[in-house]
Design a protein around this ligand. Sequence first.
Ligand SMILES: [Ca+2]
Length: 100
Amino acid sequence: MHWQSDEFRGLVGHDLAGRDVIHGHTLEVGDIDGDGYLDIFAAEMAKWTEQRPDPDNPNAKAWIFYGDGSGNFRQTELVTGNAFTKDVWLTLMAMVISIS
Ligand SMILES: [Ca+2]
């Protein structure tokens, strides 16, 4: 997972997760911790084959990358092994806001 900054000489890639995302399902940008800087929430799908009883990706992860406003992001692994949907994202945001 990468993001790109628009530098004077062109776009420059920056790695976020340190690996490729498997069946990325959710990507949202917002100020999760209320510090005024944009953060990123991203999650992978755990299951996409209906005929399989077990998850396709049992190690699916969800991350929050907290931005510092200078192009740096601190990676936080939120959970492993869950399938995320938009509803789950909204629930997580409500939880994060209530504890911060
Ligand atoms: Ca923030």
